[in-house]
Structure formats: structure tokens, C-alpha cells
Design a protein around this ligand. Structure first.
Ligand code: PLP
Length: 390
């Protein structure tokens, strides 16, 4: 059975060009870039080229790119560095809808003596800028606010937040793991200090990512040991991964337009068709200001996990809430923070498309979804109750 893969916010297919670019670095050029001999040492040039490609996608300078093992490490490194640079400040700010990589980290800092503000969101997943501003103080060391939400795709006011924080001298970190490779990012225009990205979200390999560190931002390494990455992250470089991430970033620059037009149109077609065919279905999040590849749809009075299982029988892969929380039956913290009613949050499915998604695949999903929801509703006591009370 063919898989229709609509779970690209969880992870993406590695682009064939990326695989091809990486392969020689496992079998032929397997040296260590730190070696004195040219077999290893020459790889430094390849790592430099890859770093330049990553920087180019962001409008950054190559020396502002720190290579890491992925989004989580970039997030942890960023916050660690910001706090180490401002040891006397004891207040940190984030939002209620961050990925667990930030959410759990901030909760941990809260247990270790920091005052933590989790800025709330409205029912469409948006923060109130005035409320955000009011949360800041002289004691605020760092703000971490994501660029795009992984569950709803909702975009945050990164430019406004960056300008505000710059004026106040507060470090701004943004988790842009879901944004990079889906929308244009130009850090010559947006004044963030630190930005996280992850290879496997943009058709690169897993286990590689980067942290952008704006020139002049104070930095203390999280990983100490060897002198790799100019002393900013110890550990032998993941050369094939770095080459792969470089290639993925180069490719992404070429398909951003396709995501903004063709993929956006496919997402809208899927969303509109399901809203029309399925009663009591609604979109979670701000429809006007979202990633072009993502839609989170709440099918009221059915279980998200049951929907996923039936979709799986047709080879359709999607997600209920975030992949990281789908092991549990609790509605995700993101949907709860938005105040989505329990009966809707529980039946929410995230469809996330990619540059590889085709119109035929979307038509297939449009055909299969309504009978799945109908069948499950026929078995749902909540649906029957709701129908009787109308
Ligand atoms: N931040 C966001 C917004 C994410 O969506 C993810 C992954 O789902 C991460 C961070 C973690 O990235 P990684 O899997 O590369 O550690």
C-alpha cells in the first residue's frame, strides 16, 4: 500500500539530492576534520561550504552558525548561553504553546529558582503583544518565543517582539524549527539574537541542526571538551549530517515559492473540502496567519487516535496534536492553552504537507476522511448525545 505522508511537521523525507550528497562522507571521505593529515583536514572546507549554505537560507553570516545535533540541542544551548551571559537576571519568558523542548526546559529552570512567565494565547493561538510587553522587567534575561507553532502552524509576531527586546536589551531566542524551509527568513531584517533550526524538518537528515548566534551576542558553550566549532560546541563534527543539512538548505531556498503557492493551495483545498463534507469540524488556530503547509482540524465528538488508526488503514499518515505528545490520550498543551473545548481538542488531526505532496494524494485524503469520521461518530456516545440535544 502506498503511504500518503501528511506528517511533515513531525519529520520529512530526506531529499534524494541530500542522500546523494551525504553518501561519500560515510564511505570515501570518512576522516576527522580535526586531523593533521589532509584526508581528514580537507573536510574542513566541505564543512565551511555547508555552513555557508545554511547561513544563506537565513540571511546570516557563516560564522553566526553553530552546528548542533538538532532542534532540541539548539534550544537548550541558546537558553543556557543567554542565562550564563546574564547571571544576575532571574526572570525568563516564553509562551504557553512552545514545543516541549522549550516548555519542559523552562519548567525545569522554574524549579531551579528562576521566575518563569508563560505568556498565554487566545483561542486562535495568538499572543497579545501588550500582555507580552507587560510581562517584561529589568530582571528578564531571555525571551524564547517560537517563529511558528508545530501543531497549528500559527506564526508569531517575531519582528515586533525582536524590536521590543532589542530596545530593552533582553536576549531574544526563537525556535524556528518549523519555520525554516517553509517560509522565507531574513535575519538582516529580523533582529533575533538566537534562532534554532533542525535538519529533519526540511528534508535533511535527523540528528543535525543549527543555532544561529547573531554576531556580538554573548555566548557560553553548553558542551565543553574539544575545540570544535571554534570552542563553542565540543564533539567530533557529524560531517555527513552537516553536508546533508547544507544541501537541504540550498534546496529549500529553491522550493520556498512552491510551498507558498502550490502547497498552500493544496492545504487550502484539503481544509475547505473537509470542512464542507464533515459537519462539526473546525480549524484550530489563526487561519490568516499560518505556515502554508499546516492545518489542524478538530472533528468534534471523536477520538483523534481512533481517526489516526483508521487513516492508517488507508496508508494516510498524519498526527493528533504533536508527535511528541501523541503517546498520551491527553489533549495537547497547545490546544488546551487555546481553550479549545475538550470534545474538539480530543478529535484534532494535524495535516502537514510538503514540497513532495501531490494533488492526487490530497484528493485521496479528501475522499477517505469523511466516511472515517462518519463511521466513528456512529460509534460515539458523545456524538449521539450531542445530536439528540440539537
Ligand atoms: N522545536 C519545534 C517547534 C519542533 O517542532 C521540534 C520537533 O518536533 C523541535 C523543536 C525538536 O527538534 P529536534 O527533533 O530536531 O530535536
Amino acid at each position: 500500500m502506498k503511504t500518503v505522508y501528511l506528517d511533515n511537521n513531525a519529520t520529512t523525507r530526506v531529499a534524494p539530492e541530500v542522500v546523494e550528497a551525504m553518501l561519500p562522507y560515510f564511505s570515501e571521505f570518512y576522516g576527522n576534520p580535526s586531523s593533521m593529515h589532509s584526508f581528514g583536514g580537507n573536510l574542513g572546507i566541505k564543512v565551511r561550504e555547508a555552513r555557508a549554505r545554511i547561513a544563506a537560507l537565513l540571511g546570516a553570516q557563516p560564522e553566526e552558525i553553530l552546528l548542533t545535533s538538532g532542534g532540541t540541542e539548539s534550544d537548550v544551548t541558546a537558553i543556557h548561553a543567554a542565562l550564563a551571559a546574564h547571571p544576575h537576571k532571574r526572570h525568563i519568558v516564553t509562551t504557553r504553546v512552545e514545543h516541549p523542548a522549550i516548555k519542559n526546559l523552562f519548567e525545569q529552570y522554574g524549579k531551579n529558582g528562576y521566575r518563569v512567565t508563560f505568556v498565554p494565547v487566545d483561542c486562535e493561538g495568538r499572543i497579545d503583544l501588550d500582555e507580552f510587553r507587560a510581562s517584561l522587567s529589568e530582571d528578564t534575561a531571555v525571551v524564547s518565543m517560537m517563529w511558528a507553532n508545530n501543531e497549528t502552524g500559527v506564526l508569531f509576531p517575531v519582528d515586533e517582539v525582536a524590536a521590543e527586546l532589542k530596545a530593552r536589551g533582553i536576549v531574544y531566542h526563537t525556535d524556528a524549527v518549523q519555520a525554516v524551509g517553509k517560509i522565507p527568513i531574513d535575519l538582516t531584517r529580523t533582529d533575533v539574537d538566537l534562532l534554532s533550526l533542525s535538519g529533519h524538518k526540511l528534508h535533511g537528515p535527523k540528528g543535525i541542526g543549527a543555532l544561529y548566534i547573531r554576531k556580538g551576542t554573548k555566548f557560553k558553550p553548553l558542551m565543553v571538551g574539544g575545540h570544535q566549532e571554534q570552542g563553542r560546541r565540543a564533539g567530533t563534527e557529524n560531517v555527513p549530517g552537516i553536508i546533508g543539512l547544507g544541501k537541504a538548505c540550498e534546496l529549500a531556498a529553491g522550493y520556498l515559492d512552491d510551498i507558498d503557492t502550490r502547497v498552500r493551495a493544496l492545504r487550502d483545498r484539503l481544509e475547505n473540502a473537509l470542512l464542507e463534507a464533515v459537519p462539526q469540524a473546525m480549524v484550530n488556530g489563526d487561519r490568516a496567519n499560518r505556515l502554508p503547509n499546516t492545518t489542524s482540524i478538530a472533528f468534534e465528538y471523536v477520538e483523534g487516535e481512533a481517526i489516526l488508526l483508521m487513516m492508517n488503514e488507508h496508508g494516510i499518515a498524519a498526527s493528533s496534536g504533536s508527535a511528541c505528545t501523541s503517546g498520551s490520550l491527553e489533549p495537547s498543551h497547545v490546544l488546551r492553552a487555546m481553550g479549545i473545548p475538550f470534545t474538539a481538542a480530543h478529535g484534532s488531526i494535524r495535516f502537514s504537507l510538503s514540497h513532495y505532496t501531490t494533488a492526487e494524494e490530497i484528493d485521496f485524503v479528501i475522499e477517505k476522511m469523511p466516511p472515517i469520521i462518519e463511521r466513528l461518530r456512529q460509534m460515539s456516545p458523545f456524538w449521539k448525545q450531542a445530536a439528540q440535544s440539537v
